[in-house]
Write a protein that binds this ligand. Structure first.
Ligand SMILES: [Zn+2]
Ligand SMILES: [Zn+2]
Ligand SMILES: [Zn+2]
Ligand SMILES: [Zn+2]
Ligand SMILES: [Zn+2]
Ligand SMILES: [Zn+2]
Length: 464
C-alpha cells in the first residue's frame, strides 16, 4: 500500500473534474513513477471585474474562460507541495506575471502545511492537489484582480479580455431560450439572431428574421427597416438645426447592413444599400432643395456635404462636378451656366429675419434647408435688386429690365428698341414688352400698340 493518499486523491478528483486527464497508474502495486496530468479549472470571480485600457476602453466581466492546470507528481514525495508537485498553467488571458504571482501564492499558502519537517502541522493524508485546485478556482481572483480591476498594459491585452467577453456572451446566448417576436416560438439561442437595436435584448428566429428583412427590401420599404420590437418613429427632418447632423442620421440605417449581411445574401444587401441611399436622398431633396442631385454619369444621387459648396463629388463613379450646372467641375470663379435659385418668398422671409434676434430658430431652419452662404448671397442680390427697382421707377430713369433674364439695361443713346447684352432678347424701353425677333419694330408700328409711334420718344433732340 502507498504511504500516502495520492491514489485516493486522484480518484476523487476524477469525479470532481470529469475532464481531468491523467496518465495510467497501476491499480495494485504502490505508485512510484511520476504521475502527470492536466485539468481545466475556471477562476471564479468573487464579483464583476472591470477591465480597462487607458481611459479609452472599459468592459465588465462576470466570468472568465477556463485555464489548463497541468501537474507532475512525485508519488514518493506527495503530499509535499514543494518537493512533490510541479505545476504549470496554460491560460488564454494570464500574463507571465499573472502566472508567477499565482504560483507564488500557492506556495505561500501550502508550503508550510505540507512540509514534513513541520511536525506540528504536517499531515500525510493532506489532499494537496485537491486544495490547490480549489485555491485556484476560488481564491485567486482577488490575487489577480486587486480591487476587482485590471488595467491592461496594452491594447492587445485588452483585446484578449474583450474576446473572452464576446465568446462568453455568445455561449450564454446559444444556451438560453428566447421568444421570437414574429412567430412567438421559444427557441434556443443558436436558432436566434439578436437584432442590433438600442434595446439590445430583442431577438428573432433565423427563418423569421430572414423573411422579415427580405420582404421589406423586396417591397422597397427600406427607410422603415428596423427592429420589429422597438418603438419606431420616422425621422423628421424639420427637427434638425444642423445640416451635417441631419444627413448623418438620415443616411445611417437603423439596422446596419453589416448585420443584414449575416442573415441575407449579398445581392439583397446590395439592393438594400442602393435603395436606402436613393430613398434617403429623395427624402432629403424634398426638404433641402439644393442638397442633392442625380449624377449625370452614373445616375445615382449625390449628396452635398456642405450646403454652401457648389462643388459636388459622386462617390460611386468618382465624378466631380458643379451642383448648379452639372458640368464637370469648373472651379469656383468661372462662370457657371445655371445658377441654383431659391424661391423668392424664401429670400424675402430670410431678409426680414436677418436682424431679428427673436427668430433665430426660424432663421436656422431656413439655413439648414438652403445653406447660409447661399441665402446671404441671395439676400444681398435681392436687396440690390430692390434698389435697382426703385432706380428704374424713378422719373427720367434711363434703366429698364430685360423681360427674359431680368438684367438691368441702360439706355444711353439710341431708340426705344433695346437689346439685352446677356440673353440677346429685344424689348421695348418704354413698356418693357418683349419684341418679336423677326420684326422688333412692329411694336412701334402697330396702331393698336400702346407704344405706337414712340420709337424715338425720349431721345435727345426729339420732341415728345
Ligand atoms: Zn420566428
Ligand atoms: Zn429592438
Ligand atoms: Zn456618379
Ligand atoms: Zn456650374
Ligand atoms: Zn436678357
Ligand atoms: Zn412698348
Amino acid at each position: 500500500m502507498d504511504k500516502n493518499n495520492l491514489r485516493d486523491d486522484l480518484t476523487i478528483l476524477k469525479d470532481m473534474y470529469p475532464e481531468m486527464e491523467v496518465n495510467e497508474f497501476p491499480e495494485e502495486s504502490p505508485l512510484t513513477s511520476t504521475i502527470s496530468g492536466c485539468v481545466p479549472v475556471r477562476i471564479n470571480l468573487a464579483t464583476d471585474v472591470t477591465i480597462n485600457f487607458q481611459d479609452k476602453k472599459s468592459i465588465n466581466l462576470s466570468r472568465l474562460t477556463s485555464d489548463l492546470i497541468s501537474f507532475k507528481i512525485n508519488p514518493l514525495k506527495y503530499p509535499q507541495l514543494e518537493a512533490g508537485i510541479q505545476l504549470n498553467i496554460e491560460s488564454q488571458w494570464m500574463t507571465e506575471d499573472d502566472k508567477s504571482l499565482l504560483l507564488k501564492s500557492i506556495v505561500d499558502e501550502f508550503n508550510e502545511i505540507t512540509n514534513p519537517n513541520n511536525e506540528e502541522l504536517f499531515d500525510e493524508f493532506f489532499p494537496t492537489l485537491m486544495l490547490v485546485l480549489s485555491f485556484i478556482s476560488e481564491d485567486s481572483s482577488t490575487i489577480l484582480f486587486p480591487q476587482n480591476r485590471r488595467v491592461c498594459k496594452d491594447e492587445e491585452e485588452f483585446k484578449i479580455f474583450d474576446n473572452i467577453r464576446i465568446s462568453l456572451e455568445d455561449y450564454d446566448m446559444k444556451h438560453s431560450n428566447y421568444n421570437c417576436s414574429i412567430c412567438m416560438d421559444t427557441k434556443k439561442g443558436d436558432k436566434m439572431v439578436k437584432i442590433p437595436c438600442q434595446n439590445e435584448s430583442h431577438y428573432l428566429c433565423r427563418p423569421c428574421s430572414e423573411s422579415y428583412f427580405t420582404n421589406m427590401i423586396n417591397n422597397g420599404d427600406v427607410l422603415n427597416i428596423r427592429c420589429p420590437d422597438c418603438k419606431f418613429e420616422e425621422i423628421n427632418l424639420d427637427n434638425f438645426r444642423n445640416y451635417k447632423d441631419m444627413i448623418k442620421q438620415l443616411f445611417t440605417p437603423l439596422i446596419d447592413v453589416k448585420f443584414l449581411r449575416t442573415i441575407l445574401n449579398e445581392d439583397l444587401c446590395k439592393k438594400f444599400e442602393e435603395l436606402y441611399h436613393s430613398q434617403a436622398a429623395t427624402k432629403l431633396s424634398k426638404h433641402c432643395f439644393n442638397s442633392c442631385v442625380i449624377c449625370k454619369r452614373c445616375e445615382r444621387w449625390c449628396v452635398k456635404e456642405d450646403l454652401d459648396d457648389s462643388m459636388i463629388h459622386c462617390n460611386y463613379c468618382d465624378f466631380t462636378f458643379c451642383f448648379d450646372c452639372l458640368h464637370s467641375w469648373h472651379g469656383y470663379h468661372n462662370k457657371c451656366g445655371k445658377k441654383f435659385t431659391i424661391p423668392r418668398e424664401v429670400v424675402e422671409e430670410y431678409t426680414d429675419l436677418k436682424d431679428d434676434l427673436d427668430n433665430i430658430e426660424k432663421k436656422l431652419e431656413l439655413e439648414v434647408k438652403y445653406g447660409k452662404k447661399i441665402l446671404e448671397i441671395e439676400v444681398n442680390e435681392y436687396l440690390a435688386d430692390k434698389l435697382l427697382d426703385l432706380a428704374i421707377e424713378e422719373e427720367g430713369s434711363n434703366l429698364q429690365r430685360c423681360p427674359t433674364c431680368r438684367l438691368v439695361v441702360q439706355r444711353s443713346e439710341g431708340c426705344n428698341k433695346m437689346k439685352c447684352s446677356m440673353c440677346d432678347s429685344m424689348f421695348c424701353f418704354i413698356c418693357g414688352y418683349l419684341l418679336y425677333k423677326d420684326d422688333p419694330y412692329a411694336h412701334f408700328r402697330e396702331p393698336r400698340s400702346e407704344c405706337y409711334g414712340r420709337l424715338f420718344e425720349g431721345m435727345e433732340g426729339v420732341d415728345d
